[in-house]
Design a protein around this ligand. Structure first.
Ligand code: TRP
Ligand code: ZN
Length: 476
């Protein structure tokens, strides 16, 4: 599990920032209204995708296919200078388009190679090209920016965004921190491929997700390049700068890279072998590992009280135990490859990754999943406090997105499904979920439909009770 000791939510300042992002003008229009009406008459792009929990996140009217990020980072003074090259396609004619960006100074922007006018308001960055963009038109926008990237801090002290570490920095993006280090369509529904180049002073290492490309030294600086071909939601993009020893090997037929901060050397000694062991087990249970590489970043940021499932390279502020590593690697299937279409579907990430821990424990000489379920129900599991606060299928607000109900009670939903359909249906069903939505987006309704289709059962009351019911349900 993600947060071992205290379970907290990103709230307060962050919620305020996000609210500010969508105030002052037309409120966010849902993606659906974006495609209705006249798609050929150029209008401004929407400033949100219509996410009920995060109205300011993402933008309407276009779809990104690739981000080319060229970053120059100086740890001393925490200075970032970047160029984002965004390849996208309009979904309707656009007179202007929005990107999400928090802080930083925009130096210049272009659309299709020509200068575009730049406006900023809260976390909305508006680019107005000299000429409107036609509907279904492939275009490239570039944004050159620089400054001191900020960390977003929730009222409970949980931090995301660009975070300074002892010897460098780390970028953590769930749910909205990626807007602190590059402009983009920062909503999980718009996944894209990435190429990230990071130039740092010689002696520093920059690690990101995906596979490395040729490294270059020049004038006392080193450029690290990372390529992610498979689609990635922007909250799963990361860059970690610091001093790292990189351990390499094979896990389930793909290469792994485990980057370890020297301060964590001893505690992280087991991590590379654990990555291989966990991946082999997960492939048996969930099917083929979904990406072309795996690994981990074990940094030295012990104040961070959560880990993050950054794509192909989960991020840890200190050496993880096997169960936490298992949770973050399970997210590679549940969250990273199969990504929620809306933030309210977050239990598809956390409930599943938590249930994966239960299955791991059951399979490795610990409690049975039934026992863990019962311990949660009785309140005897150390992860059980707070799980009845709200139904996992409908987090009440952004402040509660990552609260205990989506983890523990989310896992309980899956256990109830397993009991209702039986193991012979349940495990193939999990693999079908992973296979059918590989590298895509999915929502809760699709999961329920899959369960009913595969089992031939009406599971309406099960989901009404365990996923959507207020309070603690009676046991069946
Ligand atoms: N998704 C992370 C996990 O479960 C946890 C997490 C990421 C988180 N960002 C957060 C928790 C911000 C609270 C606040 O592994
Ligand atoms: Zn998780």
């Amino acid at each position: 599990m993600p947060r071992r000791h205290s379970l907290r939510a990103a709230t307060g300042a962050l919620a305020l920032l996000l609210t500010a992002a969508c105030s002052g003008g037309s409120s966010a229009s849902p993606a659906s209204s974006d495609s209705s009406g006249d798609t050929d008459r150029p209008r401004p792009g929407a400033r949100g995708v219509g996410d009920t929990l995060f109205p300011g996140l993402g933008n309407g009217g276009y779809d990104v296919s690739h981000y080319g990020l060229d970053l120059d980072y100086v740890p001393d003074g925490n200075h970032l200078r970047g160029t984002a090259r965004i390849s996208a396609r309009t979904t309707r004619a656009l007179s202007s388009l929005n990107l999400d960006l928090a802080g930083l100074r925009v130096r210049a922007a272009t659309v299709d190679g020509r200068p575009a006018a730049v406006r900023r308001s809260g976390t909305e960055l508006t680019l107005t090209p000299a000429r409107a963009l036609a509907a279904r038109h492939a275009f490239t926008a570039t944004v050159a920016y620089e400054g001191t990237p900020r960390t977003l801090t929730g009222e409970d002290g949980s931090e995301e965004g660009w975070i300074e570490t002892e010897d460098g920095s780390a970028a953590l993006g769930e749910p909205s921190g990626s807007m602190t280090w590059f402009p983009g369509n920062h909503h999980p529904s718009d996944k894209a491929a990435y190429d990230i180049a990071v130039t740092v002073p010689e002696g520093f290492t920059a690690v990101a997700g995906g596979e490395p490309r040729a490294r270059r030294n020049h004038d006392g600086r080193t450029t690290f390049r990372w390529h992610s071909a498979e689609p990635m939601a922007s909250y799963l993009a990361t860059v970690a700068v610091g001093t790292f020893a990189v351990h390499r090997g094979e896990a389930g037929g793909v290469p792994y890279r485990v980057a370890v901060d020297p301060a964590q050397k001893r505690d992280a000694a087991r991590v590379p072998a654990d990555v291989a062991r966990v991946t082999a087990w997960q492939e048996r249970v969930f099917g083929p590992y979904p990406f072309s590489s795996t690994g981990a970043v074990v940094d030295d940021l012990p104040g961070l009280d959560y880990a993050l499932e950054t794509q192909t390279r989960p991020y840890f502020g200190e050496a993880p135990d096997t169960l936490l590593l298992e949770h973050e690697l399970a997210h590679q299937y549940f969250g990273d490859s199969v990504t929620p279409r809306r933030w309210k579907d977050i239990w598809l990430n956390e409930g599943f990754a938590t249930y994966s821990e239960w299955l791991w424990e059951e399979d490795h000489g610990g409690r049975s999943a039934q026992r863990i379920f019962q311990d949660h129900y009785d309140g005897g599991d150390d992860q059980s406090p707070g799980i009845w606060a709200f139904p996992p299928g409908s987090p009440p607000s952004a402040a509660h997105l990552l609260d205990p109900p989506v983890y523990g009670r989310g896992a309980m939903v899956l256990h109830q499904v397993r009991r209702a359909v039986g193991d012979a249906t349940f495990f193939p069903l999990l693999r079908a979920w992973v296979r059918e939505h590989r590298h895509g987006n999915a929502d809760t309704e699709q999961f329920i439909a899959l369960c009913e289709r595969r089992s031939g059962k009406d599971l309406g009351s099960l989901f009404d009770t365990w996923l959507y019911g207020e309070g603690k349900p009676d046991l069946p």
